[in-house]
Design a binder for this molecule. Structure first.
Ligand code: AMP
Length: 492
């Protein structure tokens, strides 16, 4: 993998491209250079080139950077060398890395395993949602590096199962995310339990005042490195927005999944309940999908991820918390089923595609209520997102026999789409409700059988391609009518 893998970030610090910095120039040990070589990295990324020498010189550090910039290796690599000398002691980890989510913690642990292959370092992962037994055992035996989410760490600390007084090095990763998740008081508490004489590194995509205060309080004379975000400047990602009514979102998504040459996709929603429901709906429509969100236990989440990585499923419906920072290769599409509430999340979400030099497409669904949120995204990324239009469609479109112009078209040569639409919207408004009222109260509500029948009729567009369609359709071509969302108040 070349440097293009981290192409989302452009440097604010002095460029290195002019004099091509090498890993060997950064002061890392031979063993580490071998591990870096084995990872296939040829050049350090800007944040690595700046951070590694500073960490090796035991300086405190503030890295303003997000995932995708190579920031993990920028602290993991020098930490391995810093930790190489010294003795492990029971219950007293020698260094601590705090991560906001279990997935990120697990990912950092993977990095340690990869880069630390030639070192004798013990690492433990302390995350919620998994059995504590092995974690406690590892702590009892002594660890050099402890990677933890704040909740589980506090839990063990309060039970006296861990002592932080031997911890000489602390990394606070994704500090702004920690803030969003309400972890700052925990982090302050933890910092206060660590020895004063220690090295501290803090990474954050943004520097809101609370994080700045935290840094002022717990870091001493830190070196500050900034690599700018602007994932939108990643030329490998083609981003679109689609103005869509809430009740048409699923139909629109299914159409795109069926017709935009999707290989693998992550579909983000703002709510866990939507993630669950959407995954069910997609599965019912015949898509191979899975889900990850904060309510799913760690083992299941990891299994879902594995299924996605192995190709067992090719669509992952996700919430932000579970998906933050995930490094999954080869994701062809990202769908923002909901416009994210925080513009930073947009950057993180679409950054799941277009990685490692590959091309990716990102679609953001925008309802009327999202006007402000999408405006904030465009302000943050300093660019207007193109509206998805007919020219951007990757399949051939017939001129549609105009589905929606009249309020109640009685006849339609495509085959009763109106009925389908009505039933669908009703289902959408009450996603998981059982028909619990007595039948006579609900004359209009279709009994279960009819709903099923509807379903068989309903996902006409993607189904048409996926199921037995008598007409020969060349792969990747849609010869059905133009989908409604392409005609609704967008680019002509
Ligand atoms: P991160 O920003 O830590 O999430 O890293 C993003 C991706 O960049 C990961 O897949 C890393 O394996 C990869 N990466 C890290 N450092 C380098 C490098 N020097 N050259 C190429 N890829 C890298």
């Amino acid at each position: 993998m070349g440097l293009c893998a981290i192409g989302q970030a452009t440097m604010v610090t002095p460029p290195f491209t002019g004099y091509s910095m090498k890993f060997a120039d950064l002061g890392l040990s031979e063993d580490l250079l071998k591990a870096v070589d084995a990872a296939g990295y040829t050049e350090p990324t800007p944040i690595q080139a700046e951070a590694i020498p500073a960490v090796l010189m035991m300086k405190d550090l503030i890295g303003i950077a997000q995932t995708g910039t190579g920031k993990t290796a920028s602290f993991v690599l020098p930490m391995i060398d810093v930790m190489a000398a010294g003795r492990r002691r029971a219950l007293m980890p020698r260094s601590l890395i705090l991560e906001p989510t279990r997935e990120l913690a697990a990912q950092v642990a993977e990095n340690f395993e990869k880069y630390g292959a030639n070192h004798d370092l013990k690492m433990a992962l302390l995350i919620g949602g998994v059995q504590m037994g092995d974690q406690l055992k590892a702590l009892n035996e002594g660890v050099d590096v402890l990677i933890a989410t704040p909740g589980r760490l506090m839990d063990l600390f309060e039970r006296g199962k861990i002592l932080l007084s031997g911890c000489e090095l602390l990394v606070i990763d994704e500090a702004d995310r920690m803030l969003d998740m309400g972890f700052i008081p925990d982090i302050e508490f933890i910092c206060e339990k660590l020895p004063e004489n220690r090295q501290t590194m803090l990474f954050s995509a943004t520097m809101p005042p609370v994080i700045k205060k935290l840094a002022d309080k717990f870091l001493s004379n830190p070196k500050q490195i900034e690599v700018s975000r602007a994932a939108s400047t990643n030329d490998n990602i083609t981003a679109f927005k689609i103005n869509v009514e809430q009740r048409k979102k699923r139909e629109t998504l299914e159409w795109l999944l069926g017709n935009d040459h999707v290989e693998t996709a992550i579909v983000f929603s703002n709510k866990k309940t939507t993630v669950r429901q959407l995954n069910k709906d997609l599965q019912r429509s015949g898509f191979k999908s899975g889900e990850i969100h904060g309510d799913i236990d760690q083992n299941t989440r990891q299994k879902e991820l594995e299924r996605f990585k192995s190709g067992d499923i090719n669509i992952l419906v996700a919430s932000d918390v579970a998906a933050r920072g995930l490094d999954i290769k080869g994701v062809s599409h990202v769908f923002n089923y909901d416009t994210p509430w925080h513009p930073d999340d947009y950057v993180h979400r679409i950054g799941r595609t277009g990685r490692a030099g590959a091309k990716g497409r990102a679609f953001t669904f925008v309802t009327k209520a999202d006007a402000e949120a999408i405006g904030n995204v465009e302000k943050l990324t300093k660019s207007k997102i193109d509206v998805f239009g007919k020219d951007d469609v990757r399949v051939e479109l017939k001129d549609a026999p105009k589905p929606p112009p009249k309020p109640k078209p009685k006849k339609d040569d495509v085959g009763a789409p109106k009925k389908v639409r009505e039933d669908k919207s009703e289902r959408d408004q009450k996603p998981a409700k059982e028909p619990k009222a007595p039948e006579q109260d609900k004359p209009k509500r279709a009994p279960k059988k009819d709903v099923k029948q509807d379903r068989a009729d309903k996902p006409k567009q993607p189904r048409k391609r996926r199921d037995e369609d008598s007409e020969p359709v060349p792969p990747g071509e849609w010869n059905g009518p133009q989908p409604g969302f392409l005609g609704v108040g967008f680019k002509k």
